[in-house]
Design a protein around this ligand. Structure first.
Ligand SMILES: NC(=O)c1ccc[n+]([C@@H]2O[C@H](COP(=O)([O-])OP(=O)(O)OC[C@H]3O[C@@H](n4cnc5c(N)ncnc54)[C@H](OP(=O)(O)O)[C@@H]3O)[C@@H](O)[C@H]2O)c1
Length: 259
């Protein structure tokens, strides 16, 4: 296999669909072998068939540390090491804090914050042995602008950002480069399972609070744009690291002005 990542290995969480699948395809197109971590099911099966021989399905729920440990044991035995970890998976469910169930809070914090901690904990010993190790954590522009009904999501992303900054220092002696990638609205399956009644109330709150106006007019970007940013970060060489990067859609009115 040719490409700038030929001979390298990666794990992408949430690689069964949306942005994670686009990232996995982009890494594989450059020659990497990619572990696709997501919950077992038809999405993961279909992603694995798209990657073919370049993909290694890693069926695991990020909320389950034992399943994450087993996934990285498989990475070790199948790949013999790991060069790149992309913590991409996340979820949100619109709700007021007071109405969230125990299960919802556990799933949001488990997927978005504990999950990346579990994967990073398992990946670091493998990354340490790599000649060119890299950790990429995906956050959201909304971490700094917590919309009502999405506070828990924003809080988990804000925590992930602080964690990434800290990891950059903690892992520096091991030569592990850390990149925080902040993402704007993207065309994915992120909202597909949102409860319509809660979404209706959330939209009302966003309109009343002036939150909706802040995102109107900017189209969602294709997930391939986010994948390009990941590829850019992990293929830098030499004495610098892309510590932080953000990728968002370019407003339609500016596109119209271009020749
Ligand atoms: N879409 C946006 O507008 C937007 C904006 C800003 C930031 N982001 C960020 O971009 C990243 C990717 O989001 P996306 O829009 O691509 O989301 P998405 O389309 O909903 O995909 C989420 C992925 O995460 C996996 N996942 C969810 N819960 C999981 C769990 N408990 N264990 C293992 N895997 C799990 C899903 O796989 P299974 O369901 O098959 O397990 C799926 O592959 C996230 O970090 C998100 O916060 C997205």
């Amino acid at each position: 296999m040719t490409g700038v990542l030929a001979g390298r290995t990666a794990v992408v969480t949430g690689a069964s669909r949306g942005t994670g699948l686009a990232i996995a395809l982009a890494l594989a197109a450059e020659g990497a072998r990619v572990g696709l971590l997501a919950r077992p099911g038809p999405h993961l099966d279909s992603a694995a068939s798209r990657l073919g021989a370049a993909g290694l399905p890693l069926p695991a729920d990020l909320c389950d540390p034992a399943a994450v440990r087993a996934a990285f044991a498989l990475v070790h035995s199948e790949f013999g090491g790991l060069d790149i970890l992309v913590n991409n998976a996340a979820m949100a469910e619109p709700h007021l804090v007071e109405e969230a169930t125990d299960a919802e809070l556990a799933r949001e914090v488990g997927t978005n914050l504990l999950g990346p901690l579990y994967t990073t904990r398992e990946a670091v010993p493998l990354l340490r042995a790599s000649r060119s190790p890299h950790l990429v954590n995906l956050s959201s522009e909304s971490s700094a602008d917590p919309f009502p009904y999405l506070l828990v999501y924003a809080a988990t992303k804000a925590a992930l950002e602080r964690l990434t900054e800290g990891l950059a220092h903690e892992l520096r002696p091991d030569g592990i480069r850390c990149t925080l990638l902040k993402v704007g609205r993207t065309e994915t399956t992120f909202k597909d399972a949102w409860d319509p009644e809660r979404l209706r109330r959330a939209v009302l709150a966003w309109e009343e609070g002036g939150f909706r106006a802040r995102v109107s007019g900017s189209a969602a970007q294709p997930p391939e744009r986010v994948a390009e940013a990941v590829l850019f970060a992990v293929t830098r060489e030499g004495g610098s690291v892309i510590g932080e990067l953000s990728v968002r859609s370019y407003p339609d009115e500016f596109l119209e002005r271009q020749p």
